[in-house]
Design a protein around this ligand. Sequence first.
Ligand SMILES: *Cc1c(COP(=O)(O)O)cnc(C)c1O
Length: 377
Amino acid sequence: MGFSTTAIHAGNEPDAATGAVSVPIYQTSTYAQDGLGKHKGFEYARTQNPTRSALEKNISALENAKFGFAFASGMSAIDATLRLVKAGDHVILGDNTYGGTFRLFSRVLADYGVEFDLVDTSDVTKVETAFKPNTKMVFVETPTNPVMTVTDLRAISDLAHANGARVVCDNTFMSPYFQRPIEHGVDIVVHSTTKYLNGHSDSVGGFVALNDEKDAEWIGFIQNSVGAILSPFDSFLVLRGTKTLAVRMEAHDKNGRIVANFLAEHPRVEKVFYPGLVSHPQHELAKRQQSGFGGMVAFETGSFSNAKKVLESVKLCTLGESLGGVESLISHPASMTHASVPLEKRQALGITDGLVRISVGIEDVEDILSDLDQALG
Ligand SMILES: *Cc1c(COP(=O)(O)O)cnc(C)c1O
């Protein structure tokens, strides 16, 4: 089955009781039992909920994974995944991951004895030398936020497996429409469904997809034990969102390419970060690993005051954090999403005070271009 067909039908069988074509929101905390130990497979809604199960079937099918678990946020999905490592284990963490992921490692997991090193995972040699005897996981994000550095998932997976470690990929930026990490050897895919999967900026959620049965059993156990589950209503929203994932991603990609090219030629823009540009240092790798480039574009304006002018002059693009919704969002990574990253580290990564990030929406592209043009002028 093709991607769109799977997106519309996986997990979306008509309701057995009523024939409802859309999976109902099972807004219930518990289920009547027929007798002691006799029930319909549903006992308590932290453990099982039909709306959530439908979404779990849906996204795991899109990621080509056997198992999937929906969580209350991207961060709780990542936290559950990290319960696969224990005190004394070592993790190789991409040096440009989402700020919340870095905070989870540095401020929470460090106190529980989980060791980690920040490594530029786009450089396979650096990853190779970072392995220790106790390395149990490599955690990558590709492309990274906001400078769009690409990591070779196949090379990193082969390397990690040779060293007895699992590979986790945060696939939020590409969504399974443009990149399916499991097909490149990755063991576990995590998502913030808050972004492209839901796609309408009206829900916070997370997802873990994987094939290994033992690891899946543990993630499911954590989901129930810790209880950071996705609510029935949010499950419904994301399930509705994924039905249009293919058409939305095509539109984000089309607009993203046009915006990136426009910015690349604009005299007020010094540099554009977008893997779809031939000038991107990893354009060839991105073409091989992704089937599109999406709607995330970052550009260098040269200074904080230039960035501030652009960010405060846009009219159509909304100044705000987050990404992946139908509306264009614009942000200043250095003071917003990456404010917690130390200045030196930010500079090393290219997250300067003049850098602006756009999550290009699916409005008419002429309107996005004229908004950016007037803001840059
Ligand atoms: C937003 C985001 C997260 C965190 O997800 P929440 O739903 O906000 O908890 C993790 N990774 C990436 C790449 C993100 O963009």
